[in-house]
Ligand binder design. Sequence first.
Ligand code: ATP
Ligand code: MG
Length: 355
Amino acid sequence: MDEALLNELGQRLDAIPDPAGAGGLVANGRIVGLTEKRGRIDCVVEAPAEGAAAFSALVPAIKAALEAAPGVKEARVVLTAAARTRPPKRARLSEAATEQTRRAAPVPAARPEHVRAVLAVASGKGGVGKSTVAVNLACAFARLGLRAGLLDADVYGPSIPLMLGLTEAPEHRDGKLIPLEAWGVKALSVGLLVDADQALIWRGPMASQALTQMLTQGAWGTADEPLDVLVVDLPPGTGDVQLTLVQKTPIDGAVIVSTPQEAALADARRAHALFQKTGTPVWGLVENMSGEIFGRGGTRAEAERLGAAFLGEVSLDASLRQGGDSGRPVVADQPDGEAAKAFMEMAKALAGKLR
Ligand SMILES: Nc1ncnc2c1ncn2[C@@H]1O[C@H](COP(=O)(O)OP(=O)(O)OP(=O)(O)O)[C@@H](O)[C@H]1O
Ligand SMILES: [Mg+2]
């Protein structure tokens, strides 16, 4: 967004008094997201945990203030409630135990409407092919006749738009964000909501808000035609960002992607531990880039050690990289190839887990 518009909108928002204290909405840090795309404004307002009602009443005024700014065609205001920062006092718990309780029992994640199951694809290590697996699994579910969606939660490097060949910004309708469609899969990505140069400011709390918005306000399905499975491409790593994301997302099951090398396997173990800590079922491990260079079979052995299912292996194969770069996932574009067959087998095994 250009600076003049940002200033204009900032002033308008700050002229609205914070219902929960002295000062304007901007000064009090209530605006946690503000983006513009072709005259459409997305504004995320965070209300304190107590007092959301007063903020709710304010939404039309915020929308009107934004829409009155020159050059603005439409504004959408999303209200989110801040998590309570402190857990209820428990006198007998030590500080460390209290912290652990807080982490283990987060604010319940809001379930997306009309979505039967959320399947997260994760990896401890970056670059192991997590997005490739997420995209092809989603396409494989679609080929099995399931209603499949794909949410790109990788705020560090959203790659789903490129891999599915999507460039358009999603439309808003009736307060919902309409997912784009490619290869029979409904998709939303942080990469579609922001310009590349704006992506930076979305990392951190705003990124997490954007995700919640795409998850809970995406028009993924309807009462008559609910989505059977929403595949979520998580960012790589097992740090605090990932932990928060996992806790804030209502994940029914996780798939961990690894390459056969020991370094990647060690990170896969960490990802497995993260899911155990948050009580998320791990539905299985996938070995990607199996073959001569990296070896083969390490992930299957690791799955056995962890007591997790092994879902299959995908060989190192140039068609996968070409498919990803050109927005033509191999499962949809080269369905008779070895890689497509491997993904179809994984999807069949996972379909049994979906509710
Ligand atoms: N089996 C494979 N054979 C050949 N190339 C592959 C294979 N799997 C993935 N790739 C390529 O490797 C690169 C990294 O894959 P991808 O983006 O899916 O990994 P990622 O784990 O999502 O990475 P990041 O951590 O950056 O999100 C991409 O260029 C992709 O096309
Ligand atoms: Mg990725």
